[in-house]
Design a protein around this ligand. Structure first.
Ligand SMILES: Cc1cc2nc3c(=O)[nH]c(=O)nc-3n(C[C@H](O)[C@H](O)[C@H](O)COP(=O)(O)OP(=O)(O)OC[C@H]3O[C@@H](n4cnc5c(N)ncnc54)[C@H](O)[C@@H]3O)c2cc1C
Length: 499
């Protein structure tokens, strides 16, 4: 390869990085990260996402510079940035990872493809998760996932041939990265977990060598999940660690630890890693699910879904976003999430179930708000889960979380509620914004009524065929492997917990 530009996106690491690995063989190489106005202006964007990205870039830039690879950080639309760069340095290859993104990044990729063809640049994209492009059928998907995850890890690159003209930029004394303020991104309002590849590796290591020992018990309560869950989701979302690294490190730890409790806990964790890609595959296969219901039979049932949101529902949405619904467990979870950028699975599901069933809201607006709060926003998981927890997939059992039962089960002493809703029990705390019983009754009638219709049932079969996992009731974690290399035992069924 003569000259190669590595286009970094949500893959901000050195290890197990196919484009960087390939660029080592080029006679001249450089790397590029583009801060895209379309991203900054997208409704899912938050300053936290940018802050985390800039921190990852600062670390990666130093590491790459030490290996002779300049990491150029530019602001602009990608085709225009590539055009400008190409005029300075006519690179022949563009190397990047595949991305299962949102509507705007999909459109951007189309524009980049067009630019590459016009400029005579060969664009090569490498997979970095278990998501399969242009998948025809879900049959055999789990086997392909296992094959990719069991493939050997790529070592961190050691030395590049610096592209002439950028030699100065490969030195450590590069200009500072832009700040949030300079990019007009608004202030950082969340206290986030540490960013960067180093933090990702430390997080993974601490989890698989001991912190994860109590995982199965710890993951449901927001009190214990904070340290008992892996906390790898932002790292997977920004690519400071690859799914293959996490998978292989987990398998290795399971096989080598004499601690049977830890091995059992990691077994449960390993299954969840497969769900990550299983859900992302849904968006890859049907990008429209970012905007519309999996099952069209549910179209227009709730305000906000083609039907304008009336004042009552708009006020409910606002109270939910502000953590002022009068349901203490809901409010505590929302406030905790808004402050930290993270929440455990069960409490995320409860927040969405509350918005969908108690407040009668369609998933899109609440989903955009949550996307901005989640540091780990991953479009494929996010939109699939938003729909699943709102009952619009057509294939999953309607699962309604009772906030009072969740409070009893997951915060029996009221510690979490006291921490995040200190005014609970005083005149400053609002009364419940809906009557739980009647609100649920109305939504249930609506949803079950729709579900019973023959056309809804027929559509559910089509959704199952296209997106469902192939073993009844199990996500891909429970599927038989077609390759025999992995030692991961079948993951536990998520029945009753997820669906
Ligand atoms: C409405 C809703 C929206 C969500 N949006 C996102 C999102 O934008 N990004 C995101 O990464 N996760 C999302 N999740 C899934 C899940 O809540 C998070 O992955 C998890 O809480 C992250 O914390 P962790 O890394 O400590 O998880 P762990 O329990 O330690 O799990 C490890 C990894 O397994 C994967 N995983 C775990 N649970 C799930 C699941 N239910 N579905 C898919 N993958 C899973 C994730 O990659 C996670 O990082 C969402 C869940 C719900 C209910």
């Amino acid at each position: 390869m003569n000259s190669a530009l590595v286009w970094l996106k949500r893959d901000l690491r050195l290890h197990d990085h196919a484009p960087l690995h390939a660029a080592q063989g080029a006679r001249a190489a450089a790397a590029l990260f583009v801060i895209e106005p379309a991203w900054l202006q997208s409704p899912e964007f938050s300053p936290s996402h940018l802050h985390f990205t800039l921190q990852c870039l600062a670390e990666l830039r130093r590491e790459l510079a030490a290996r002779g690879l300049p990491l150029l950080v530019r602001v602009g639309e990608v085709p225009a940035v590539l055009q400008q760069l190409h005029a300075e340095w006519p690179f022949q290859h563009l190397l990047s990872h595949e991305e299962t993104g949102t509507g705007w990044s999909y459109q951007r990729d189309i524009a980049v493809g067009r630019w590459c063809r016009a400029a005579g640049v060969a664009w090569q994209e490498f997979p970095q998760t278990g998501v399969v492009r242009r998948l025809r059928s879900r049959e055999g998907w789990a086997g392909r996932w296992a094959q990719r995850m069991d493939a050997p890890l790529l070592p961190a690159p050691t030395q590049f041939h610096t592209a002439a003209g950028f030699a100065g930029a490969a030195l450590a004394d590069q200009p500072d990265l832009p700040t949030l303020a300079r990019l007009g991104a608004g202030p950082l309002t969340q206290t986030l977990q540490p960013a960067g590849e180093r933090a990702a590796r430390a997080t993974l290591l601490s989890f698989i060598t001991g912190r994860g020992r109590d995982y199965r018990r710890a993951l449901s309560s927001p009190l214990t999940a904070e340290s008992g869950c892996s906390r790898l989701s932002p790292h997977l979302a920004f690519g400071t660690v690859s799914m293959r690294q996490v998978h292989q490190a987990t398998e290795g730890a399971m096989a080598s630890t004499p601690d049977r409790t830890l091995a059992y806990a990691l077994h449960g964790f390993a299954g969840r890693l497969r769900w990550h890609c299983h859900f992302m595959q849904k968006l890859e296969d049907e990008p429209e699910i970012e905007f519309r219901n999996f099952a069209r039979a549910y179209d227009g049932l709730r305000p906000g879904d083609g039907v304008p949101m009336d004042e009552v529902h708009a006020a409910r949405l606002q109270a939910w976003c502000e953590g002022r619904t009068g349901f203490p467990m809901v409010d505590a979870c929302m406030r905790s999430l808004c402050a930290t950028g993270w929440l455990n699975f069960r409490m995320r599901a409860m927040l969405v179930s509350f918005a969908a069933y108690h407040l009668g809201l369609h998933w899109r607006e609440p989903g955009l708000f949550l996307a901005r709060q989640f540091l780990d926003f991953e479009p494929g998981i996010h939109w699939s889960q938003m729909q699943m927890q709102s009952g619009t997939t057509g294939i999953n059992t309607l699962r309604i979380y009772s906030p009072s039962k969740q409070a009893q089960d997951q915060d029996p002493q009221g510690e979490f509620v006291r921490r995040w809703v200190p005014e609970f029990g005083t005149p400053d705390y609002p009364a419940p914004i809906v009557d739980e019983k009647s609100a649920l009754k109305a939504t249930k009638e609506l949803m079950y009524g729709q579900r019973a219709k023959p056309e809804a049932r027929a559509e559910a079969d089509a959704v199952q065929q296209r997106h469902g996992s192939r073993k009844a009731g199990l996500p891909p974690s429970g599927m038989k492997r077609s390759t025999g290399r992995s030692k991961t035992p079948a993951a536990p069924s998520p029945q009753g917990e997820l669906f």
